[in-house]
Design a protein around this ligand. Structure first.
Ligand SMILES: Nc1ncnc2c1ncn2[C@@H]1O[C@H](COP(=O)(O)OP(=O)(O)OP(=O)(O)O)[C@@H](O)[C@H]1O
Ligand SMILES: [Mg+2]
Length: 470
């Protein structure tokens, strides 16, 4: 990891050397006045800046300091600016926060406190950067509707692409929600039949006695209630693709009929005498161990071989490293658009919960949790609670250092707020951090505060609070 870049805007040489000495872990860019600071910010793109309010030509006032702050915030909006204020100067501190400063620190500097503020600022900057970068990253997958960056899944996509141009029967095997239907559609859309119909039928969802007429259609009067001639799904898919979903649920009697159709490529409607030629490409899918069913005699061997010229095994989401987060961001931007919301990203806790969850319902589960979270979240960032994921459940052994640190931070934060009766100034003092830092922490953890402090309203304008109690 490279050192975080820290921009200093300070006219006092003595203080500059103190900074140099105090932050050996940072890459310092030292400037003494506004023009130089703006040029350096543009060129170096530091993650954090510390600026003195008393800058020349107004070293004893604050006009130049505020002008510098405002120009920096405008020019590099994602940089976190910390303002050095005179001791006890609350008014200017709050005004600075209102003008877009991330935090303030009183002179004479308490270096330990400043270090904590800078550490947090750097982390927040990284997190926002990462959010932005991933939100802008194009989907690397070759199939439009499939978002993935995992090698195993990319391999599946390439196989699907190749198979699409052929006419072979494809059997998709995968747990529920892994994208079987999405891939079946891709087989159709990337092939020569794309302009013809794609017809899907779920063999597990239709009662056995109706399934036959759904598949093969019927003539008028074929049975009670058959008031008019009706085309079945197979016939409707003529020249296109027929997607047989949950093929493992196909009853035995229909397995025989389907096999006959696949061998002879003709059907007869129920109650009909005429054989009708049908040309369809077959894609089938199941989340069961079809081979085992064949072994146990529950699924016909000959049908199995007909359906499965090629088997494509779709890996579960838990075996696609990094994909859960990639998909979460994709769904975030999609649902932001769909629901007219403007949620900017995820808290660190949400990120570790998403990466740590086993996703038994795969992409479908993630999609549903994200939809709910985007609708329900009331902060700018989605929290683990919005996703209804337990933050602690990510690692049963509690050995994930980052998660443990976040857990501890949240606990201490809640204790301090409880002990201070919701008075933020007291809570900040108990925690040894500044008030804006406390706001950021509360927001990151989705912790609400019971209003007990009159001056909170002023600072609250700059930092929006979460009212999420999860
Ligand atoms: N890699 C992916 N990128 C983007 N969206 C995806 C991806 N995989 C699945 N989806 C979406 O997730 C949802 C579930 O996918 P799909 O219906 O294809 O899964 P399935 O395996 O057929 O699930 P089930 O077994 O529950 O029927 C759909 O809305 C689909 O568009
Ligand atoms: Mg499906």
């Amino acid at each position: 990891m490279s050192k975080p870049k820290l921009l200093i805007v300070e006219d006092d040489e003595g203080l500059c050397s103190q900074y140099r000495w105090a932050f050996p872990g940072c890459d310092l860019v030292i400037t003494h006045a506004r023009p130089q600071a703006l040029a350096a910010a543009q060129k170096e793109r530091p993650s954090v800046a510390i600026i003195d309010l008393g800058l020349p030509p107004d070293p004893d006032g604050v006009t130049e300091g505020f002008a510098t702050l405002e120009a920096l915030v405008r020019q590099v909006p994602n940089m976190k600016v910390i303002v050095a204020t005179s001791h006890g100067d609350r008014m200017h501190a709050l005004r600075a926060i209102g003008s877009g400063a991330y935090d303030f620190c009183e002179k004479p500097m308490d270096i330990d406190l400043l270090r904590t503020i800078i550490d947090r600022a750097v982390r927040l900057h990284e997190l926002e950067d990462e959010n932005r970068r991933l939100a802008e990253a194009p989907a690397p997958s070759p199939i439009k509707r499939i978002i993935t960056a995992s090698d195993a899944m990319l391999k599946v996509c390439r196989t699907i692409e190749r198979l699409a141009t052929t006419n072979v029967s494809v059997l998709l095997l995968g747990e529920s929600g892994t994208g079987k239907e999405a891939l079946a559609r891709a087989v159709h859309e990337l092939g020569p039949r794309a302009k013809q119909p794609f017809i899907a039928i779920n063999c597990g969802a239709i009662p056995e006695n109706l399934l036959e007429s759904e598949l093969f259609g019927y003539e008028r009067g074929a049975f009670t209630g058959a008031v008019k001639q009706t085309i079945g799904k197979i016939e409707a898919a003529n020249k296109g693709t027929l997607f047989l979903d949950e093929i493992g649920d196909l009853p035995h009697q229909l397995q025989v009929k389907l096999l006959r159709f696949l061998q002879e490529q003709v059907i007869e409607r129920i109650g009909g005498r005429q054989t009708i030629p049908v040309d369809v490409r077959i894609v089938s899918a199941t989340n069961m161990m079809l081979e085992e069913q064949v072994g146990e005699g529950r699924f016909r061997n000959d049908l199995f071989y007909r359906l499965n010229s090629v088997t494509v095994r779709i890996p579960p989401l838990r075996d696609r490293p990094g994909d859960a987060m990639l998909l979460a961001r994709y769904f975030l931007s999609r649902f932001n658009r769909e629901f007219g919301r403007n949620i900017r990203g995820f808290t660190e806790e949400a990120i570790s919960a998403i990466s740590g969850h086993a996703w038994p319902g795969n992409v479908r589960e993630l999609e549903n949790r994200m939809k709910r979270a985007v609708v329900m979240a009331d902060a700018r960032l989605i929290d683990a609670a919005d996703l209804e994921l337990a933050p602690g459940a990510t690692d049963p052994h509690g050995l994930d250092l980052r998660a443990a640190r976040l857990r501890a931070e949240r606990e201490v934060l809640q204790k301090a707020l409880a002990r201070s009766n919701g008075t933020l100034a007291t809570a900040a003092k108990l925690l040894g951090i500044s008030r804006p830092t406390l706001y950021t922490l509360m927001e990151a953890h989705g912790v609400a505060h019971a209003p007990g402090d009159a001056s909170d309203a002023a600072a609250g304008q700059a930092v929006s609070h979460s009212t999420n109690t999860g």
